[in-house]
Ligand binder design. Structure first.
Ligand code: 13P
Ligand code: SF4
Length: 337
């Protein structure tokens, strides 16, 4: 079959648009094509739980941020295709400098990551030289390079607890996760003022109303939510934690306070249970992460076919960003998380 796209300047499209916006033959079975490309190229598709259902179904591994970083570290595939957002693919590249790491759409950013520009953070850090810096993985490589230890929502609490009680700590960039960890551990970490646009938008009032209508429902929430919303929760944890809780719980109904993509795996694991997505403050679909949802099956297919867009990093930045990620992975491995 002749490839009609042979003479297209792919690099130019990527530099302008951030993804390959080529036409895809609508009669193609994209699931079969992606499977074929995986085998031909020795590629692995890693997907976050917030990806659209089709992408989750074609992925080789679905996970939370920690699980994905661990899988990126251990895979022997030659190409890592990251169906997630930029900081996740960048983390995979930091851990695998000699592998090709692809992201279907380079515009898949993260509001939390954007809330911590490295230059501003450095000025803040320099004012507190006696503090150790723990940074949530949802940040740029520049932020990681300024950090002592990276954490995710799965291991933030144990990482903080692994440090001496009198150790002064700056926690960035998520103020909500930081405040929750302060509450759980009794620490007084200095918090950077960042937040996730998806998790900040849940309405406490609407969740209370839902609880009145569904009194037996368990409220399960991600720690990126604000404190008044977390105060309503029966369980707080990472996306993997929330999924496991919903699967093991005897309850039949759950009010799910995180990005809506997670419902796909919940329904698959427990088809007889009812999962109610928590409503945002207005009528928008704000519990969909607009960045996560930039990835589509078509973009995934094109990205694997043409091996673009690729994550490219400056080597000195990569090496500096690797140290705090490795520290996190070592602590997690030691604690069996
Ligand atoms: P986890 O994957 O650690 O649960 O974090 C959720 C998230 O917002 C990722 O962007
Ligand atoms: Fe970032 Fe929030 Fe989207 Fe996760 S859900 S990628 S934290 S904006």
């Amino acid at each position: 079959m002749v490839d009609i796209n042979t003479h297209i300047d792919f690099e130019k499209i990527i530099s302008k648009k951030g993804f390959l916006d080529l036409e895809v033959d609508p009669t193609l079975d994209l699931f079969a094509e992606i499977e074929k490309l995986k085998k031909e190229k020795n590629a692995i598709v890693l997907a976050h739980y917030y990806q659209e259902p089709d992408i989750q179904d074609i992925a080789d591994f679905i996970g939370d941020s920690l699980g994905l970083a661990q899988k990126a570290q251990s895979t022997d595939a030659e190409i890592i295709v990251f169906a997630g957002v930029h900081f996740m693919a960048e983390t995979a590249k930091i851990l695998n400098p000699h592998k090709k790491v692809l992201l279907p759409d380079l515009n898949a950013g993260c509001s939390l990551s954007d809330s911590a520009p490295p230059a501003l953070f450095k000025a803040f850090k320099d004012k507190h030289p006696d503090h150790l810096v723990i940074t949530y993985i949802n940040c740029s490589a520049g932020m990681k390079a300024l950090s002592d230890i990276i954490c995710t929502s799965s291991n933030a609490q144990v990482i903080v607890e692994s440090l001496p009680a009198d150790q002064k700590i700056i926690f960035a960039p998520d103020k909500n996760l930081g405040a929750w960890i302060n509450k759980q551990t009794g620490r007084d970490m200095l918090l950077w003022n960042g937040a996730c646009m998806v998790h900040e938008i849940f309405s406490m009032e609407k969740i209370i109303k839902l609880k009145v209508r569904h009194p037996m429902a368990k409220v399960i929430a991600h720690p990126e939510c604000e404190a008044p919303v977390l105060a309503l929760a029966d369980y707080i944890g990472s996306t993997t934690g929330i999924l496991k809780y919903a699967e093991k719980s005897n309850a039949q109904e759950f009010i799910v306070v995180t990005e809506s993509g997670i419902l796909h795996q919940m329904q698959k694991a427990s088809p007889n249970k009812t999962f109610i997505p928590a409503p945002p403050q207005n009528t928008c679909a704000c519990n969909d992460c607009p960045y996560m949802k930039l990835n589509t099956l078509e973009k995934l297919y094109l990205c694997m076919k043409y091996e673009l867009p690729e994550i490219i990093m400056d080597e000195s930045l990569r090496a500096a960003a690797k140290k705090p990620i490795e520290r996190m992975l070592e602590i997690s491995a030691k604690l069996g998380i």
